[in-house]
Every structure is written in C-alpha cells, then in structure tokens.
Write a protein of this length. Structure first.
Length: 448
C-alpha cells in the first residue's frame, strides 16, 4: 500500500528530528496522517467566509447559531454551557484551550520537566482509547509489550487481541514487598536481545494493586531503560497515569515517572497516557490525553512534536472522528475554576482516609491465616493474596452468601476497590471477606 504524500512529509519531519522514532512507529503509524480535506477547508471557511454563507461543516444551524432540541438543552445551563460549546464537533486534536491547559498542568504537577520539551497533549476518548491509539501507532503484530504480572486485564484485549501484540510479564513484587527491579531488568534485557524495539508499560498507581514506586525504584527503572537505549535498542516507555495524583503516603513518587524518562536518550521515547477520568472523578465524560517526550537530535522540538501530534490526530480522526465536545468543555471549565484545587484535594482526602483504614485493618494479625496484603499506597485499589482458597470461588461465595462484590484478578489474588466503599463500611467488608474465606477453607478441609 502506498504512503500518502502528507504522511511522507510528516515522516520526513520526524526522521529529521529523531530518526530512531521512525523505527519505533508501526506500519500503520508510518502511514498515518491528518487529512487536509473537509476539515481543512471548513477551517479556512470559518476564518474567511461570511457566516451567512458558510456551507462547509456538517452541522445544522439556525439564525446563525447552533441548532438544538429544547428537550436536550433543557438539561444544560445555557448561560454556563451554550449549544455551540457543547453540541458541536470538537477538533480531532481536542479543544485547543483544553490541550494547552492540560499541558501546563503536566508541567505544574511534574516540576522536574522544567526545561524539557514535550508535545501538546492530543485528546482521546478516555485512557482506554489512548492505549488503542498507541497500539495503532507503535505496535505491529508479534511486537512484545512488557507488563508486570499485576496488570489491568483490558490491556490484553486492546493490544494482544486487537493488534496481535504479545504481552509478557515479570513478577511485580519481591518477597520483601518492594518493586521487583531484578525481575523487571531481566525481562527487559531478554526482550532487547531478541528485538530492535522494546515496549514497556509503567502503570503507577497500579491497577490492581494500588502501588506506586518510590524514588529509588523509579530512578532504577529509568536507568535500566536508558542503558538498554544506549546499547542500541529502541525503547518505548508508556506511562499509564490513569490514577495520577491519588497518593496517600510520602514514600511513593509525587511526579509521573514520565518526567524522569523524558529527554534521557534519543532511542528512548516516553508516552504519557492520562486523563480527567479518575483524576477529576468524571469517569463517564471520557476525556483522556496522549503526550510524547523524547530527545531531539537535530532541529527544533516544535515541528517534530507537531508532526507526531498530526499522526495521532489522524488516528483519532480515522476511528472516532473526535472525542465528546461537552466532556472536554466541562473538564476545561472545571480546571479553570478557582474552586477546583480545593474540591479535588477534599476528595483525595476522603480516599486517603479509606486507604489508611484499610492499612490498619487488612494487616491485622487475625487475618494472617487467610491472606497477605500486596503493597499499596495510592490509587483506587488494593489487592490481597489468598493463602488457603482460590480467588474465583471466593469471589462467587462472597457475592452469593454475603452480597459482597470483589474482583478476582489471578488464581489467588482478590482486588478490592476501596474507591467505592465508604470508610464506615470497610471493617464489615473485610470481616465478610475473612468469614467467606474461612467458609471455603473449612469446606476444603472437610472434603479432604
């Protein structure tokens, strides 16, 4: 299949800035471009045409304003959010004001990014869509993607099932409870020996365990990946920052590991996936972002990143066209509100109180015969490793006999989302899990 001239032009810009990135792109990624057809012509008409005679964009207008049904707008405050700000199409790149606002927030929340050039974020339909875009742009069939053994199950569907990538794992924790750096390094080096490209996903806070690495662990991860890049292997490090900012202890890093990865080596590309979904507690608005950071070999950073953003927006355009305008507008209005920071901190404090309550309860000596607790210090979740029973039978027993909902994430791993359990219900929740585990362990003993 021939490559579109626009894609060829973008490839040339990217190759000039950093030729290693062209090697990292998938076959699809090298072919992607942002079309100059209807969208470009509509943009030109918006700038130059008389509004009375602008017959370009495929929306309906009335009296030179956005047409709408009163039964829809009745549920919106039209003074705060007009039909034009909510019902019309958003650009495939995302609202320019929102992209700019989110990029500024990335720098504010990650001070060590100061002086480092990163792309403008491109808006995605949630972080899941961001992962899908990444897969389209960077993964070919049989490419290996490295995850810890504690990972979000949907990654398999997005990358292995839909893109034919191969997911391989390493043990996430040592016996002592820290991040298993030796296992991580062993897996990454093994894959580097067998391929010109290594893809690593770093999800902190982690789903399902709720663990974020400390500074020493983060530095070691970055040093390992940098050393692999210095050895001549291209490295793509994807930071899944879905739960960024939900930190309940001083030990875990406060910044995204993306900040440490940016600018380390021209063969090391950092990809940041984040969004309003969990950070701002707006799950159904489906507003996510994908951003890039690497070391530019020659030329200015701006045209290099702009070319990458155009390929990304082309991927959005070719799949969902654009993310929800109303969702983006609401996120933008919240981010620019004077009350936002205080409101956000108050909700994080609620989750922190729950996490602290669980810390005290789940490690109680009375439960030691039933489970061990995986390290957790952030995010929405915590995970226990069951000692005497399997996770799936326990999950079903909890649901049927105790009306308690949990998630079995492995043969002996049970995930508990304390994000959805009020603090006063945490103690009875763990008591029910313990009683149910003893029920099944007793049945197994009687069967023996």
């Amino acid at each position: 299949m021939s490559v579109n001239p626009i894609a060829q032009e973008l490839n040339g810009i990217i190759k000039y800035g950093n030729p290693h990135l062209i090697e990292m792109l998938s076959k699809t990624g090298r072919r992607l471009f942002f079309p100059k057809g209807i969208l470009t012509q509509s943009a030109e008409a918006k700038e130059k045409a008389d509004p009375r005679f602008n017959a370009t964009i495929g929306i309906a207008t009335e009296n030179l304003d956005t047409m709408y049904l009163p039964s829809i707008m009745a549920y919106l405050n039209q003074e705060a959010l007009s039909a034009r700000e909510s019902l019309t199409y958003a650009p495939s790149f995302g609202l320019p004001e929102l992209r700019d606002c989110w990029r500024k927030a990335i720098y504010e929340k990650n001070p060590s990014l100061a002086g480092k050039a990163i792309s403008m974020p491109v808006v995605t339909n949630g972080i899941t869509h961001g992962i899908s875009i990444f897969a389209d742009m960077f993964l070919d069939p049989d490419d290996v993607v490295i995850f810890p053994d504690k990972m979000w199950g949907n990654n398999h569907l997005v990358m292995a099932v839909r893109r034919d990538a191969v997911i391989c794992n390493y043990p996430m924790f040592t016996a002592a409870g820290g991040f298993h750096l030796e296992a991580f390094e062993k897996r990454v080096r093994l894959e580097a020996e067998n391929s010109y490209k290594v893809v690593v996903f770093l999800n902190f806070p982690n789903n399902p365990t709720g663990y974020t690495v400390n500074a020493a662990e983060a530095d070691r991860i970055v040093n390992i990946l940098t050393d692999i890049a210095e050895g001549g292997t291209n490295v793509i490090a994807v930071t899944d920052d879905a739960y960024f900012g939900l930190r309940y202890e001083d030990d875990p890093i406060a910044e995204s590991i993306f900040a440490r990865l940016c600018g380390r080596h021209p063969r090391l590309m950092a990809v940041k996936l984040d969004g309003a979904t969990k950070e701002m507690f707006v799950w159904g608005l489906r507003v996510g972002f994908i951003s890039y950071g690497t070391q530019i070999i020659q030329g200015e950073a701006a045209p290099f990143y702009k070319a990458l953003e155009k390929k990304t927006a082309g991927c959005v355009r070719g799949s969902i066209s654009s993310a929800s305008h109303i969702g983006q507008r609401l996120v933008l209005k919240a981010l620019t509100s004077s009350q936002f920071a205080a409101e956000h901190d108050a909700k994080v404090a609620v989750l922190k109180a729950r996490a602290n309550r669980i810390k005290a309860l789940s490690n109680d000596a009375k439960y030691r015969d039933a489970w061990d607790v995986y390290p957790f210090n952030s995010g929405y979740f915590m995970c226990i490793r069951l000692k005497a029973v399997a996770a799936e039978p326990l999950r079903r027993h909890l649901l049927d006999q105790y009306q308690v909902g949990t998630i079995a994430t492995g043969e002996h791993d049970l995930r508990i989302a304390f994000s959805s359990v009020d603090e006063e219900n945490i103690a009875p929740l763990f008591e029910a899990i313990y009683r149910a585990a003893k029920d099944l362990a007793g049945q197994a003993t009687r069967a023996d």
